[in-house]
Design a protein around this ligand. Structure first.
Ligand code: HEM
Length: 186
């Protein structure tokens, strides 16, 4: 399985971008289309972001099993809505110890419990950027796919996460909303 992924925004790609907005910090430029490309895609598009999928850091055995049982695959035919949310956390976050970060994520913020409620409607993929180079603009690229009827549940989850103690450590966050648009020839 490919671990390195490039999100490329520009003229090409199956996802038609509806909206690019800055939630916190500097914005990303608008672009017409988005592609999620396996591997390195140098110079692609108006902007591109890369990240690697990795092992989990914080889940307990029970959570790992619950996630595995409920997590759908990417690329489902009905999941024509996608959201890319690049996130950068603060130096204060990275200065915490592993057990302290777990306490913020779950004991204080219920990130995993809230997230589990959105499964299997929402398919998700977490990409890590931090260890790729010292210059990556974000720490994480989060990617979500769902059917249009599940957009309200996704928005509700977003609002709850953004109001949680974990998000006090988010110093940059953008939101790219897109729709699958394979064109007339497909
Ligand atoms: C759709 C339901 C969701 C589920 C089931 C879910 C679940 C999880 C889990 C289990 C982790 C921890 C992974 C680990 O152990 O390393 C995690 C991390 C993360 N999630 Fe979610 N999540 C969901 C939605 C979201 C949303 C909507 C966002 C963005 C607004 C988000 C942003 C993140 C980020 C940035 C991390 C990495 C945190 C860190 O390592 O500091 N998640 N998520």
């Amino acid at each position: 399985m490919d671990r390195l992924w490039t999100f490329s925004a520009g003229a090409d790609g199956p996802w038609r971008i509806d909206d690019v907005r800055a939630v916190t910090g500097a914005p990303l430029p608008g672009a017409p289309r988005l592609d999620r490309i396996a591997g390195e895609a140098p110079g692609a598009g108006l902007w591109s972001l890369r990240g690697i999928t990795s092992n989990e850091r914080y889940v307990t055995r029970d959570e790992k099993q619950a996630l595995a049982a409920a997590t759908p695959a990417l690329g489902r035919a009905q999941a024509v809505c996608a959201v890319l949310i690049p996130i950068r956390k603060s130096a204060a976050w990275w200065a915490l110890a592993q057990d302290e970060r777990r306490a913020v994520i779950e004991d204080q913020s219920q990130h995993i419990a809230l997230g589990l409620r959105a499964l299997p409607a929402v398919a998700r993929r977490l990409h890590h950027c931090r260890d790729l180079s010292p210059d990556e603009p974000f720490d994480f690229l989060t990617w979500f796919e769902f059917a249009p009827e599940h957009a309200p549940a996704f928005d509700d989850l977003l609002a709850r996460l953004r109001a949680s103690p974990e998000w006090a450590y988010v110093e940059r966050e953008c939101e790219v909303r897109a729709r699958l648009d394979l064109g007339p020839e497909n």
